[in-house]
Design a protein around this ligand. Structure first.
Ligand code: RP5
Length: 160
């Protein structure tokens, strides 16, 4: 297995159903990645360790999904210069609006690129990371172009 270039982290195992599409996209595009449960609230020491060692371990980007009071992406971003993309997980109580607002509204200086709520956000987080990596990886660029072309070909002309 190649050294991971992308870290996919999430606040709870209950986030996996939302975040799995990000892993699936990176697998389909041949981008080495790792998946970890890292909670800003329940495992703060794990969070510090993950964020502060990410650059040294060769990661190029981090995708962080969390729900509710979703501090994970912002806290990770505060401890690494790597690009961090936040995926708001749809919560039961507030349908993910809590997750979205707590991820998206970062004060100036520590950016988190915030995606859509739910699996669509996880999918697009992986695609945006792959697009960035593809700017310096011609083989990946070709795989991403092919993936996009297949998606286009699979759009039906009529609804039934
Ligand atoms: C957050 O709390 C997690 O990201 C998850 O979305 C939410 C609920 O976690 P569980 O109670 O399901 O573990 O930290």
């Amino acid at each position: 297995m190649d050294k991971p270039l992308v870290g996919i982290i999430m606040g709870s195992t209950s986030d996996w159903a939302t975040m799995k599409p990000a892993a699936d996209i990176l697998t389909a595009l041949g981008v080495p990645h790792e998946t970890r449960v890292v909670s800003a609230h329940r495992t703060p020491a794990r969070l510090v360790d993950y964020a502060t060692t990410a650059v040294g371990r060769g990661l190029r980007a981090i995708i962080a999904g969390a729900g509710g009071a979703a501090h994970l992406p912002g806290m990770v971003a505060s401890m690494t210069r790597l690009p961090v993309f936040g995926v708001p997980v749809q919560s039961k109580a507030l349908s993910g609006m809590d997750s979205l607002l707590s991820i998206v509204q970062m004060p100036a200086g520590i950016p988190v690129g915030t995606l859509a709520i739910g699996p669509a956000g996880a999918t697009n987080a992986a695609l945006i990371v792959a697009a960035q990596l593809a700017t310096t990886d011609e083989a990946l660029a070709e795989r991403l172009d092919a993936w996009r072309a297949t998606q286009t070909e699979n759009v039906a002309e009529t609804p039934e």
